[in-house]
Design a protein around this ligand. Structure first.
Ligand code: SF4
Ligand code: SF4
Length: 103
């Protein structure tokens, strides 16, 4: 299974992104229980350039996260807020909470 193939009902809007570009969306949009991170709020460990400041010690949930077709939908967007909003939209969580990010 190609993790980068968008579902048939999801016309890709952008060229494929086949590697993490450190866009920060997956560290911002989802809730992450292991980090007590709420939905739509940047992880407290998300640093400059959307890099993880605790990369070597990041929790298992972050270690096991793999880039997939969603990266192509979110990574090209210009701001972290837009990327997080799109990520939540894709997962049907857009009404749950507005991303509390400014970048
Ligand atoms: S959403 Fe994809 S490209 Fe963006 S930080 Fe996460 S894995 Fe990387
Ligand atoms: S611990 Fe690091 S990899 Fe995990 S969500 Fe936070 S910033 Fe992202």
């Amino acid at each position: 299974m190609d993790l980068f193939a968008a579902p048939p009902d999801f016309a890709p809007r952008s060229p494929l992104v086949r590697a993490c570009t450190a866009c920060g969306a997956c560290c911002t949009a989802p809730d992450i229980h292991a980090l007590q991170k709420p939905l739509g709020v940047p992880c407290v460990h998300l640093g400059d350039g959307c890099l993880c400041t605790v990369y070597a010690a990041r929790p298992g949930v972050c270690r096991s996260y793999q880039p997939d077709w969603v990266c192509g939908e979110v990574a090209p967007l210009p701001t972290l807020e837009a990327r997080a909003r799109r990520f939540l939209e894709i997962y049907g969580l857009e009404g749950a909470e507005s991303p509390a990010v400014g970048g």
